[in-house]
Design a binder for this molecule. Structure first.
Ligand SMILES: O=C(O)CCc1cccc(O)c1O
Ligand SMILES: [Fe+2]
Length: 313
């Protein structure tokens, strides 16, 4: 059975900071291309690989991966809040299949998800419950990180399950990255208030959420103006990774270490785990072709911004 894929960077700053008009138009074009690809494929099921940014997953219980049996958007950065349309029986079968393939994955019957998972659904489908969607959390911000080979194997296990669903047209989505270093607090360097958030900061007050988000928005403006202290984007690294993903041979990615990834591409570059899982899943249906691939480093969005579509050959 064939599969289709969309991988895209996300950035909550899409709605808050504006890059130059030609750059914005290029991003809009890339989204339009991905939308028309998805429209033509007409998926009956979406499997979304996405990170979280301490909105749904916290250090009181931080799994490397989690399959959602039910899920709801938390509504950060103005994204849609409320329930997704998760096909629970299929999600349960998926989790059982993955366990049977020697991978230890958490499950959630009430997964809370943020812009990382919501933004691609809104961009591609115009809403979060338009197409049945199984959300798969892939930790991309909270140390420790499992090996990249483990991420690839998770993607392969999920893809091998999806390839058995003969009645469905499945789209896998990867959300995040590429190189970027937005001001997400890290446990090791966090102050007491930040640690409280990282530990169990669920359901903040509107004022607390606004303050946190404003800091990210302001950092994006400062980054574009050349006055931010965050790590710069790395277009060479981003393009190299996109090239590797396009080849269909993901084995070189196994050698990437979290430490080197952070040094080369910033602390949130770990979000590319979602792309690796999505491409590994796609590869389980056989060889694939990349149909579109766009990339721009965009400081206003604090993101090496890429969009790729691909399909089983
Ligand atoms: O609010 C946050 O915690 C981080 C927001 C954020 C900013 C830029 C690029 C991203 O991928 C991203 O997630
Ligand atoms: Fe992110």
């Amino acid at each position: 059975m064939s599969l289709a894929l969309v991988c895209m960077s996300h950035s909550p700053l899409l709605e808050f900071n504006d890059p130059p008009a030609d750059v914005k138009a290029e991003v809009e074009d890339a989204f339009a291309t991905a939308r028309s690809f998805v429209h033509d494929y007409d998926p009956t099921l979406v499997v979304s690989f996405a990170p979280d940014h301490y909105n749904g997953f916290f250090y009181d219980l931080m799994p490397p991966f989690c399959i959602g049996y039910e899920a709801l958007g938390v509504g950060d950065y103005g994204t849609t809040a409320g329930p997704l349309d998760v096909p629970t029986p299929i999600a349960e079968q998926l989790a059982a299949w993955v366990a049977d393939h020697d991978l230890d994955v958490a499950i959630s019957r009430k997964m809370e998800i943020d812009h990382g998972a919501i933004q691609p659904l809104e961009i591609l489908f115009g809403g979060i419950d338009e197409v049945p969607t199984i959300p798969v959390f892939v930790n991309g911000v909270a140390k420790p990180f499992v090996k990249m080979s483990r991420v690839r194997r998770l993607g392969e296990a999920i893809g091998s399950f999806l390839a058995t669903l003969h009645g469905e047209r499945v789209l896998v989505v990867g959300s995040g990255g590429l190189s970027h270093d937005p001001p997400v607090p890290q446990w090791a360097t966090a102050d007491d208030a930040q640690r409280a958030l990282l530990l169990d900061g669920r359901h903040p007050t509107a004022a607390a959420r606004d303050a946190r988000q404003q800091r990210v928005i302001d950092t994006g403006k400062a980054f574009a103006a050349g006055t931010a202290t965050i790590q710069d984007l790395n277009p060479v690294w981003d393009r190299a990774l996109m090239r590797t993903l396009a080849t269909g041979d993901l084995s070189p990615i196994d050698a990437m270490t979290p430490e080197q990834m952070a040094l080369d591409a910033g602390n949130s570059a770990h979000e590319v785990r979602t792309w690796v899982a999505a491409f590994a899943a796609l590869g389980q249906a056989g060889p694939y072709d990349v149909l579109s691939s766009c990339y721009r480093p965009i400081r206003e969005y604090i993101a090496g911004f890429g969009v790729m579509t691909a399909r089983t050959s």
